[in-house]
Write a protein that binds this ligand. Structure first.
Ligand SMILES: C[S@@+](CC[C@H](N)C(=O)[O-])C[C@H]1O[C@@H](n2cnc3c(N)ncnc32)[C@H](O)[C@@H]1O
Length: 194
């Protein structure tokens, strides 16, 4: 771990655990916002048959993710790119079985009032200009292009944004958009199916 990556949070275990459900042999998986690589690496270690790629905008985070994958012997292809651009996308349209993300979701204007321990986390991992909806909508659009029919989009979410986020996914044509709750019964993961 270095100051370039978010310290993985226990809540993200729910995303990983549920992401593994029902994935067929050899499924194609993309993570957006790899950070330390904890999500993509765990998926690849739990299911070495999966073909896992993960993108991040931070070159420094990718150094850590690649080191972690090498130490743990996980087969993940890490890509440097900005989720809001298309130039990093190499997967053919409608080829993915699963897209997962734990995107930044703290609105930039909330930065001054945050707990002091968050000051040690990289700003790129936490803050989003114009609110979290920007990421959800973009991830939804990328999923519309890259997911196979029946493929799943799973996004870790911020409870107050969950209902609005489900509406975005519904509006983009995802089937059965719903949330999965964490142990405190707060909506924690958005799920939509193409
Ligand atoms: C909340 S962290 C998640 C890290 C890790 N996946 C986890 O769950 O612990 C969000 C990650 O998204 C990356 N990120 C932020 N903006 C991005 C963008 N526009 N395109 C790609 N990745 C981005 C950050 O660098 C950070 O690593």
């Amino acid at each position: 771990m270095t100051p370039s990556v978010l310290i993985p949070r226990p809540e993200t275990e729910l995303l990983v655990e549920k992401a593994l459900d029902g994935l067929q042999e050899g499924a194609q998986v993309l993570e957006v916002g790899a950070g330390s690589g904890c999500v993509a690496i765990t998926l690849a270690l739990e299911r070495p048959d999966l073909r896992v790629s993960a993108v991040d905008i931070s070159a420094d985070a990718l150094v850590v993710a690649r080191q972690n994958a090498a130490k743990l012997g996980a087969g993940v292809r890490f890509i440097h790119g900005d989720a809001f651009e298309d130039d990093w996308i190499t997967a053919p349209d409608r080829s993915l079985d699963l897209m997962v993300s734990n995107p930044p979701y703290v609105p930039l204007q909330d930065r001054p009032g945050l707990e002091p321990e968050l000051a040690f986390e990289p700003a790129l991992a936490l803050f989003v200009r114009d609110g979290p909806g920007r990421f959800i909508q973009r991830l939804g659009l990328v999923g519309c292009r890259l997911l196979k029919p029946g493929g799943r989009l799973m996004i870790e979410t911020h409870a107050p944004e969950a209902d609005a986020s489900l509406e975005y996914l519904r509006g983009q044509g995802y089937r059965d958009p719903h949330t999965l709750e964490d142990l405190s019964r707060r909506p924690r993961v958005l799920v939509g199916t193409r």
